[in-house]
Ligand binder design. Structure first.
Ligand code: G3I
Length: 395
């Protein structure tokens, strides 16, 4: 009998394996290390003092071909162990072109968000000309896979079609444009899309309102009206404000003021999306403080866009080491743990990863530098980060 321990992630782009550990032992060794006690601590933790606790370890090992990690059995998946929905932002075109993309989603996730297909430039590329093919594919996939659908996003300063950026009209015409967009999209998916990021990233880092086309044409209260229009179109949909606040305290304060103001005015807002595009050096203390302040609003809290960069300095000489993968895994673990410990169950809307495999990540497309920010490798194998996340969801 041979006990083999391995963790391997492949880099599709160059075909090389960038992380591979293998331990084989004889029957005698297996007897010594009994089934329940051999937690071969393959990836030992050499943490930064500010990022992980000394007791944090990631255990990934295989016994007679069966992969085990601490606290889970080989049939465990993200959705089977998590006490709240686990989502991925997806690109519906990959569902048909990459079978493993679809399989991984169906096996691991019970919620999907849309990375881009609900954005205005994709769903209404021409004035009044709505393109439903991708969003229909997404919701049909979710239905057949028994997944929740979160719509991202109705009103955003970016990803606008040219007909909007060049639109000429008075404030009434702009109001009508915005309202019609929201109500057409929400109305089509009434009762199907559970929740929406109604407005995304309305603030600058200094806490002032972003001078978006919406602000310029419609004034500061356009945000409140977006929520009202969405609520009219589907009174049962859960409505979120989504923002990138990590490490941006002034913006966070502005978001809190906004949502508290909406609540006070009786405008339907049900949750806050806390984007989490972080890196292996991001401090858990800061994340905890941020999330705690959102919890205090009493609204649902969604970690809406989780990815963790391994190469925070965008180094062109990046080398993927085991130590980096360990830190990456621990960061995923700690994010899951903090969500479970800081957000009361009644406010846990879930955690959404910002796509599935590393090769699908926006970071690969927007940065010329190497990075491996997600839970699955380019070929959709489970990475150490996956096991770290699982541990954070369970322990
Ligand atoms: O649609 C064109 C396609 O026709 C063309 O072939 C392709 C060539 O690269 O570009 C395609 O559009 C790109 C689109 O992603 C789809 O891949 C856009 O240029 C690109 O700007 C767009 O980037 C998206 C970005 O938002 C802007 O909308 C990223 O994929 C997406 O991950 C990112 O997501 C945002 C969230 O919405 C809000 N929070 C931050 C997060 C990360 O930036």
């Amino acid at each position: 009998m041979t006990t083999s321990t391995s963790a391997r992630v492949n880099n599709k782009s160059n075909g090389n394996s960038y992380f591979s550990l293998t331990v084989r032992s004889s029957r005698v060794a297996v007897m010594i290390t009994t089934f329940f006690s051999i937690a071969l601590n393959l990836i030992s933790c050499s943490p930064r003092a500010d990022s992980v606790q000394p007791e944090d370890t990631i255990e990934v090992y295989t016994i007679s071909g069966t992969r085990i990690t601490a606290g889970i059995d080989s049939n465990s998946t993200l959705k089977s162990v998590a006490p709240f929905p686990i989502g991925a932002a997806i690109n519906p075109r990959l569902l048909s072109s990459i079978p493993l993309y679809k399989e991984t989603l169906q096996r691991e996730y019970n919620s999907v968000s849309s990375e881009n297909c609900f954005k205005m430039n994709q769903i209404q590329p021409k004035a009044g000309g709505f393109y439903w093919k991708d969003t229909d594919a997404l919701v049909n996939f979710a239905k057949e896979s028994n997944m929740r659908v979160h719509g991202h996003t109705l009103i955003y300063y970016k990803s606008l079609p040219e007909w909007v950026t060049s639109f000429q009209g008075d404030s009434l015409a702009w109001e009508n444009l915005m309202k019609t967009h929201i109500q057409t999209v929400v109305g089509r998916y009434k009762g199907v899309v559970t929740s929406w990021d109604v407005v995304n990233e309305a603030f600058e880092d200094d806490g002032t309102l972003r001078r978006s086309v919406w602000y310029e044409k419609l004034g500061a209260d356009y945000i409140a009206r977006c929520f009202q229009y969405a609520h009219q179109a589907d009174p049962r949909a859960l409505l979120f404000y989504n923002e990138n606040v990590v490490g941006k305290p002034k913006k966070l304060t502005a978001v809190l003021a906004l949502v508290n103001n909406l609540k006070k005015r009786g405008i339907a807002i049900h949750g806050i999306g806390v984007q989490m595009h972080i890196n292996i050096n991001t401090s858990e203390e800061a994340l905890t403080t941020d999330v705690r302040q959102f919890v205090n609003t009493g609204l649902l809290v969604h970690i809406s866009e989780l990815d963790i960069r391994m190469n925070p300095t965008y180094s062109t000489n990046f080398t993927l080491t085991n130590a980096l993968q360990t830190r990456h895994a621990l960061k995923y673990k700690n994010v899951a743990k903090l969500y479970r410990s800081v957000v009361p169950k009644s406010q846990q809307f879930g955690i959404t990863n910002w796509n599935v495999g590393d090769a699908d990540s926006w970071l690969r497309k927007t940065s010329p530098c190497e990075d491996y920010p997600l839970l699955f490798s380019d070929n959709y194998s489970r990475k150490p980060a996956y096991y770290g996340f699982i541990q954070g969801l369970t322990n």
